[in-house]
Design a protein around this ligand. Sequence first.
Ligand SMILES: *[C@@H]1O[C@H](CO)[C@@H](O)[C@H](O)[C@H]1NC(C)=O
Ligand SMILES: *[C@@H]1O[C@H](CO)[C@@H](O)[C@H](O)[C@H]1NC(C)=O
Ligand SMILES: *[C@@H]1O[C@H](CO)[C@@H](O)[C@H](O)[C@H]1NC(C)=O
Ligand SMILES: *[C@@H]1O[C@H](CO)[C@@H](O)[C@H](O)[C@H]1NC(C)=O
Ligand SMILES: *[C@@H]1O[C@H](CO)[C@@H](O)[C@H](O)[C@H]1NC(C)=O
Length: 424
Amino acid sequence: MMKLFTTASLAALSCGSALVSGLPLQGRSTVHLRTRTSSSSSHGAAYFMTNEPTGNFVIAADIGSDGTLNLNRAVATHGLGSHGVSNPLGPDPLFAQGSVKASASGKLLAVVNPGSNTITAFSINPNDPSDITMIGEPVSSEGEFPMSLVASDSGDMVCVLNGGAVNGVNCFSVDEQKGLVSMPNTLRSLGLNQTTPPSGPPGTTSHIVFNEAGTQLIASVKGIPPTPGFLAVWDIESDGSLSPNFTAIEPQPTGALPFSMTIIPGQDALLVTDPGVGFDIFDFSAQPDTNGTAGGKSSAVPIDGQSATCWSSFSNQTGNFYLTDVGTGIVTEVNVDSNLKGTIVQQYPQGNGTSTIDNDVATVNNNDFLYVLAAGTTSVHVLSLPAPGQAQLIQTLDFSGPIQAAGLTITADNVQGMTAFVKA
Ligand SMILES: *[C@@H]1O[C@H](CO)[C@@H](O)[C@H](O)[C@H]1NC(C)=O
Ligand SMILES: *[C@@H]1O[C@H](CO)[C@@H](O)[C@H](O)[C@H]1NC(C)=O
Ligand SMILES: *[C@@H]1O[C@H](CO)[C@@H](O)[C@H](O)[C@H]1NC(C)=O
Ligand SMILES: *[C@@H]1O[C@H](CO)[C@@H](O)[C@H](O)[C@H]1NC(C)=O
Ligand SMILES: *[C@@H]1O[C@H](CO)[C@@H](O)[C@H](O)[C@H]1NC(C)=O
């Protein structure tokens, strides 16, 4: 049976966790965190952010030839973190996926600073991807509480989703010298009645993506049950501007809280996690109804026993999706067939209290690996994905120890984001 979203399951979104803090670090921009010496160069890097209200830092870890991680450095974004308002407070401070995003083609890393309403762009050294350099200065998101961003495939356009009292989307072109440059006619409102920081998780913005063809910009917004959430879809014009108004597509019939969106390759469709059910599948190839209802139809697939399934990524090697649940600490592998029917392939418990949130997949030496931010235990879990149904935990990387030892503040409830960059 499909489980309706309840206040009780909302509470499960927040797993209590202790504050682990060091001295706030002032003045230094880059802090080295190497956990072991490595002579061979890395194959890539995985990044997330500390999101501390006293100063946001990107944490960069080298990806080795076997997919495992080595902490490398913490780099100041010159912006501030923030935590949304929820009761109780817990992991997943931004109620979001996509707070940090690497662009392989653009050799670019973009990061939101929700506490200072800015975005920071870094160039990635392609020979040593943990080596990131801020481009220009942080730029205004032109809204409040920026919490998710996306880079175009070519890496020359970045769009941000603001989730506070001033909410909506805004896009930037990427200039190698100046960094992010606001693009005309891309600042678009969602018109949500929210506060800064926003109250949630219900009723908050979740994630921003481009469709596979790069012709639409899509933002997900959670409902406040029984009112369902929606996907807001803007058309991207040839000059890069956005259509003045968005089309809202609601999950049907049982979805309630659209969260992360992951492209289903070749199908003009999205897998959308939904902590009210499990996940939804939105089919954009469906024609608009004759009575004027927006195009796009959806179906919901329950994950039995789920608590808050909110994050997702896709592995090209296995052809499957990997969804994380902050409440149960379980990774769920999902297959979506050519008829857009979703089924659960396998589940991988990561342990009680891990509070698994953001995740991303990287291909290293033709092998895929899943990087999961286990916020509750301030660690990154690395899973190898050799074949469908055969994911295996190969590393648990604790990051709070080395980060505290370096004098930085790190809090389980504040960390957010996961994105990987692999050398060409
Ligand atoms: C916005 O939300 C607040 C708090 O829930 C409520 O008091 C207010 O009436 C809402 N405003 C509008 C225009 O809906
Ligand atoms: C956009 O929405 C506004 C307000 O609802 C409406 O007045 C306007 O006509 C719409 N514009 C387009 C191009 O649909
Ligand atoms: C439009 O048609 C669909 C079925 O095709 C129906 O579910 C929906 O309620 C209709 N909307 C309106 C506004 O009549
Ligand atoms: C994905 O896998 C297919 C073969 O299964 C391959 O042709 C394609 O290049 C891969 N794409 C990426 C982005 O690795
Ligand atoms: C995890 O937590 C659940 C619910 O609190 C409990 O039933 C289960 O025994 C726990 N599992 C382990 C391995 O501690």
